[in-house]
Ligand binder design. Structure first.
Ligand SMILES: *Cc1c(COP(=O)(O)O)cnc(C)c1O
Length: 423
């Protein structure tokens, strides 16, 4: 979205204020062009004979976003059997879907195996169970290299206390099990966590994974997970993917020569592919000065965009109704009856009630983490493609919220209770 002649416009000249007129607020808007550009950037950053980019669809599981990435050539990274099933429905070939769950029962892996998708197992117990239940079936294993990385503790998954992956220190045990049961290990996987600030961290962890790989002779792929950082603030740091890609590719090609086989190099980005494509538009209900703070209260809350409250994440906020307005200092809050702050003490062009505020980086973990808390319907979603806007999810209604509730007949229940007492 760019400021042109005092108006904010999406590429293709689409006016966000007109979208709001048409679809209402709050509204998620995704720009297909940005997703395409990020995907192409990722693909051109790595030069190896076999590169697989699997979209981590938990970031944004709208089927149209999934389809857009499939059409670009991406595979899919699924973390639940439902994501696997959705991926198949959308048209991903089973061999292009990788299932990398945590703490699921053997049944779910059995179902994934039946559907023909690749599986990464992340604990020794299930690895043994799977090996006994499905002799000769190849699986990958998820390793925790214990690299301390990540923007904050809730999403850094490589550290020593993490529930994710099989500890690198347990490899001797894993090797015994694999040998005794005869499990063909066809892949190694790691995912050190989101928001990696330093490409060197990736390379260190990669080294650990490659060392481990020399112990397995039936590998087909090495999956380095994700964690690519995208900029959130106007002058924020982002993973230098071109530089990292060049370095890792060189190391990976060298490894494949030593290993004697062209393994697939796999990544599973979520945020990197979709975060910057997304905008979240909400209306200002109330401007409320208190003795200490000037609040702008919106027609949305942590029920629709939880990242600021949950991860303390920064989302850039602009007043697109008053682009030339004099900046003032606002704390932007939601309408949920709970502390519900989107941003504190932000410099934003003067806000009037009824104005539309725009949140940036809303394409990843925005709608995907939205809920019906406070009995609020979830927002609509719109995809911008080739200069046109397409509704890709209808706004929910009260009926949607009540749909699965089962209403009891209290008079009948009372009668039943009376009969029980009288018996
Ligand atoms: C969440 C997740 C990803 C994607 O992480 P991003 O930070 O969104 O790129 C990749 N792989 C696995 C296994 C995940 O759980």
């Amino acid at each position: 979205m760019k400021l042109q002649n005092d108006r904010y416009l999406f590429s293709g000249g689409i006016d966000p204020l007109q979208l709001v007129e048409k679809y209402g607020t709050p509204l998620y808007v995704y720009n297909a062009e940005t997703i395409q550009a990020q995907y192409k950037r990722m693909v051109s950053a790595f030069s190896v004979p076999r590169l697989h980019i699997n979209y981590a669809c938990k970031a944004n599981s709208n089927i149209n976003i999934m389809k857009l990435l499939k059409n670009l050539g991406a595979g899919l990274d699924a973390v639940s059997i439902q994501e696997v099933q959705t991926g198949l429905k959308v048209g991903f070939a089973p061999q292009h879907i990788t299932f990398t769950p945590n703490s699921v029962a053997l049944d779910e892996l059995e179902e994934a195996h039946k559907l023909g998708v690749r599986i990464n197992i992340d604990n020794i117990s299930i690895l043994e169970q799977f090996g006994h239940a499905f002799p000769g079936v190849p699986v990958g294993i998820r390793i925790n290299p214990h690299i301390m990385a990540g923007g904050n503790t809730k999403i850094s998954t490589g550290h020593i206390d993490s529930k994710f992956g099989i500890s690198i220190h347990q490899m001797p045990h894993v090797l015994k099990i694999v040998e005794a049961i005869g499990i063909p290990i066809d892949g190694l996987h790691m995912h050190t966590g989101s928001d990696i600030l330093d490409a060197e961290v990736f390379l260190q962890a990669a080294e650990i994974l490659l060392n481990t790989a020399t112990h397995f002779d039936q590998l087909d792929y090495i999956d380095f997970g994700s964690g690519f950082k995208v900029p959130y603030k106007p002058d924020d740091f982002e993973t230098d993917i071109e530089d990292f890609g060049e370095k890792l590719s060189a190391r990976f090609r060298e490894f494949c020569r030593e290993y004697g086989k062209d393994l697939a190099l796999v990544f599973e980005p979520g945020k990197f592919l979709v975060s910057q494509s997304g905008y979240f538009l909400a209306r200002v209900n109330v401007v409320k000065p208190t003795p200490s703070t000037l609040f702008a209260g919106l027609d949305t809350g942590l029920n629709h965009l939880i990242r600021p409250m949950f991860y303390n994440s920064y989302h850039h906020i602009e007043n697109i109704s008053n682009p030339g307005g004099k900046p003032r200092i606002y704390t932007v809050v939601g309408y949920v009856c709970e502390t519900d702050t989107f941003g504190s003490n932000r410099k934003i062009a003067e806000i009037h009630e009824g104005d539309i505020l725009c949140f940036h980086n809303a394409g990843a973990y925005g709608f995907a983490m939205a809920s019906n808390y406070n009995s609020r319907p979830r927002p609509a979603e719109v995809l911008l493609m080739d200069g046109k806007d397409y509704l890709i999810r209808r706004r929910e209604t009260l009926d949607d919220i009540l749909r699965n509730q089962v209403e009891l007949d209290f008079d009948e229940a009372k009668e039943h209770q009376q009969n029980v007492l009288n018996a």
